[in-house]
Design a protein around this ligand. Structure first.
Ligand SMILES: *[C@@H]1O[C@H](CO)[C@@H](O)[C@H](O)[C@H]1NC(C)=O
Ligand SMILES: *[C@@H]1O[C@H](CO)[C@@H](O)[C@H](O)[C@H]1NC(C)=O
Ligand SMILES: *[C@@H]1O[C@H](CO)[C@@H](O)[C@H](O)[C@H]1NC(C)=O
Ligand SMILES: *[C@@H]1O[C@H](CO)[C@@H](O)[C@H](O)[C@H]1NC(C)=O
Ligand SMILES: *[C@@H]1O[C@H](CO)[C@@H](O)[C@H](O)[C@H]1NC(C)=O
Length: 741
């Protein structure tokens, strides 16, 4: 069994990869059973169809057992069809060949991947931001995550009326869990095994953080021990929250069978959109990717799914959220940064990164390098302060230098009073359980050479301060990058939003950092997990102005109005659109996009036809008698009506390719839009170059032809932007062409 990951990269991420390996070895044994997801597509339209008895009879047939209680894990029966069950490899094979089954794939463990972030994006508090409060309070955000801390002020029901009439969900949060008119629903999907809490209560902190970022109430004077003091709030503070707990420390992540069940319920419960800061299932095709499956059925019902890109950057091809019916979010910084100064014995100060609320009384303490503080390890592991290496006699009462921030807790456990660590990327401030400052390589070397220069080196690690960071937004090093490994011609990620050092609600049932003994109601966290709910908040904000807009219209509006970003402003932006997609989310501009690129369910079916999904599987997924027309089978994935245009070409070969697109007028009654192409070494032709859109909702099609002499090896991708402008709106789409390796 493997599981999905929360996208805030806690050091524990490493642990469950070890877990995966042990499961894989056990799988060699024929009698070995594991949890498989049996995906059966859309629910049949027949009124007399009874999914649960159908699932039971399939299971009985395949296992030959009359009682399937021990086998069945869960049913998918409200929004789509299927079940999860303990199966052997040969049972899996039989099921996979059945007519009513689309795919059978193992349940895995995925990873979970502010006070100022909303101001930074331009969504200010008070009268200056136009809001439709009545509609906003009818908006329900479904949060698939690690649960929620229901007692948080961020989720208080004070001032809220009863839940929206459309709401079909329940409050099944387990023991000692009460919903209210803000937090209107709760369900949990933890494994039905001993040791797992039967509760939607957040025992990781992550779910409370993401929920409050998307839709938390405005709460004043919130800080992390005084740091970042201000008002925390979500993008749509008047909206309602429905929580689906799928992650738990017990599984060290989130089970995919639970995630699929959460989608099954959230869609039927009638949430307006789904935010899911979970990922890490890199490389699965759609029919074996639970988030892609769930989001497809959500899209078909008019519900947009917003998903984190992942925390596996800065390398290319690391983005794990790849379907075009998912809105995929990268993470960037904001103009607030936490810095932690280190004052050396010689009076020199170096500035590092961390969220350090501890005071060392300003007193200086002796410095020791991890490499010289070990009697049991070689230099190679001792300098990283690896577990088991530090000698407590040598570090007690001292500040220990470690070549990685990963083992700060080891130094603390051995009696150190603080730690100074080195980080290669160094663009993120994290919380530690004792005073830590993380330095860049250069500053770290400054400390090392100071240590060399004196007999009794000393230093003090100060409490963190916040600074104004002019170089924002910059994509974070950890944010996963494209290109898309499954559908090369769909650009991912789609957009970037604040994800670094976000202050939001937390759960006192979880430590704010590994081995931390403190318990807080608000904490600072970092990851694409944090940027995802920002975009969910923006999408919800947009929906309050345009309640009838489809998921693709909302996604398009947010993408085509994004703040342009530039590859040249930071090395972390180097991969340009593969790092930040269309750019940085701009909530205010997104309300009036002028034109949108719409893609309906049938456009997505045609897209699947082009990817060779035909016959039985296509019918099962679509839930109707769809079959691919000849034309659809030949339709190229890059011709899906997506707000970005991407194509993979062969290296060093001349190319000429065409994108077909259609825009819908959502601006004023009439408009004349002229095409402009900016920032390119590519030859781009748009036809026609002028679009007359005489009335609201009118559609016009055009083609974009891109040609070039062939991409050289050192210039693996080129990008440009198409901008449709009527003098008021700028409708901007990235065009990216890249070479295969
Ligand atoms: C219910 O949860 C709250 C908040 O965590 C806690 O303070 C209280 O003791 C719990 N009550 C019971 C009966 O477990
Ligand atoms: C936060 O700021 C408010 C108002 O400026 C102040 O009253 C409060 O004491 C501050 N809280 C902390 C923890 O610094
Ligand atoms: C400190 O001294 C050691 C041994 O003398 C040397 O190997 C190392 O390069 C020096 N480090 C710095 C940063 O000067
Ligand atoms: C679909 O199948 C055709 C014919 O087998 C093949 O040429 C084409 O490359 C396939 N397309 C994709 C996206 O796999
Ligand atoms: C658009 O509509 C306005 C008001 O109805 C009208 O004055 C204007 O001429 C129209 N523009 C075009 C290009 O049709």
């Amino acid at each position: 069994m493997k599981r999905p990951a929360l996208s805030s990269c806690l050091p524990s991420c490493l642990f469950f990869f070890a877990l995966l390996v042990s499961f894989a070895t056990a799988a060699e044994n024929e009698q070995y059973k594991q949890v498989y997801i049996v995906y059966m597509g859309a629910l049949p339209a027949r009124v007399d169809y009874m999914p649960m008895s159908h699932h039971a009879s399939i299971l009985q047939d395949v296992t030959g057992e009359s009682s399937i209680e021990d086998r069945l894990v869960r049913n998918y029966k409200r929004s789509f069809n299927g079940f999860a069950a303990w199966l052997t490899e040969s049972e899996r094979e039989i099921l996979a060949s059945m007519d009513e089954v689309v795919s059978v794939f193992p349940s895995k463990i995925l990873k979970l991947q502010t006070t100022t972030s909303w101001n930074f994006m331009g969504l200010k508090e008070g009268k200056r931001t136009k809001r439709n409060n009545l509609v906003e309070s009818d908006t329900i955000i479904g949060v698939i995550d690690s649960g929620i801390y229901p007692e948080s002020d961020s989720f208080s029901g004070k001032g809220f009326g009863p839940p929206p009439k459309k709401w079909r969900g329940v409050c099944k949060g387990g023991r000692n869990f009460t919903c209210n008119n803000k937090l209107i629903g709760a369900r949990y999907y933890t494994p039905k095994l001993e040791g797992f809490a039967e509760s939607a209560r957040d025992n990781m902190g992550h779910g409370s953080h993401t929920a409050s970022t998307a839709a938390g109430n405005a709460v004043k004077h919130v800080s992390f021990y005084g740091l970042g003091n201000g008002t925390v709030r979500g993008g749509v503070p008047a909206a309602r929250i429905a929580v689906y707990k799928v992650c738990d420390p017990g599984v060290n992540g989130c089970t995919t069978d639970g995630i699929l069940a959460a989608f099954d319920d959230a869609i039927a419960d009638k949430v307006d959109l789904i935010t899911i800061s979970i990922g890490g299932d890199n490389g699965s095709p759609f029919e074996a990717d639970p988030i892609a499956i769930g989001a497809f059925h959500a899209m078909a019902k008019g519900i947009l799914t917003i998903n984190s890109a992942g925390n596996s950057g800065p390398q290319s091809s690391t983005v794990a959220s790849i379907a075009p019916w998912i809105f995929t979010v990268a993470a960037s910084n904001t103009n607030r940064a936490f810095v932690t100064k280190v004052v050396l014995g010689n009076g020199k100060t170096v500035v590092g990164r961390s969220v350090n609320s501890f005071e060392l009384n300003g007193r200086k303490h002796p410095l020791v390098y991890g490499q010289s503080a070990s009697s049991s390890c070689g230099d190679a592991s001792a300098r990283f302060c690896s577990p088991g290496c530090l000698d407590s006699k040598l570090v007690k009462g001292k500040i220990v230098l470690c070549d990685s921030p990963q083992n700060a807790d080891v130094a603390q456990a051995m009696g150190a009073v603080a730690s100074i660590a080195k980080s290669r990327n160094g663009d993120v401030a994290s919380i530690f359980s004792f005073p830590v400052s993380v330095l860049s390589e250069d500053e770290y070397n400054t400390v090392l050479s100071y240590m060399n220069s004196t007999k009794n080196p000393k230093a003090a690690v100060l409490k963190s301060e916040t600074i104004f960071n002019q170089k924002a937004p910059v994509v974070a090093s950890y944010s996963s990058r494209g290109p898309n490994t499954i559908i090369p011609d769909i650009l991912k990620p789609d957009i970037t939003a604040p994800g670094s050092e976000i202050l939001a609600a937390y759960s006192p049932d979880a430590p704010p950092s590994k081995s931390d003994t403190r318990r807080v109601k608000y904490s600072v966290d970092t990851g694409t997990s944090m940027s995802c709910p920002h975009v969910a908040g923006v999408a919800a904000y947009l929906k309050t102005f345009h309640p009838s807009w489809s998921p693709s219209m909302i996604q398009s509006a947010i993408m085509t109005t994004a703040w342009p970003m530039s590859a040249s402003t930071s090395p972390f932006n180097e991969m340009a659109e593969f790092a930040y997609g269309a750019g940085h989310v701009d909530p205010i501009a997104a309300v009036h996009p002028g034109l949108v690129y719409e893609a309906t369910k049938s456009d997505h079916i045609a897209f699947l036809c082009g990817l060779n999904y035909t016959g039985k599987n296509l019918r099962l997924i679509s839930g109707d008698s769809s079959s691919c027309t000849k034309e659809q089978t030949k339709s190229l994935p890059r011709n899906l009506n997506y707000p970005s245009m991407t194509a993979q070409v062969s290296a060093a070969e001349p190319f000429k390719l065409t994108f077909h697109r259609t825009v819908t007028n959502v601006g004023m009654g009439n408009g004349t839009y002229k095409a402009k192409v900016v920032g390119s070494k590519l030859k781009v032709k748009v036809f026609p170059e002028v679009l007359f859109l005489k009335s609201l909702h009118m559609k016009k099609s055009f083609t974009v032809t891109v040609s070039g002499k062939g991409l050289e090896a050192d210039q693996k991708f080129v990008s440009a932007h198409l901008i449709w402008s009527d003098g008021v709106h700028s409708v901007r789409s990235p065009i990216v062409v890249y070479a295969t390796n």
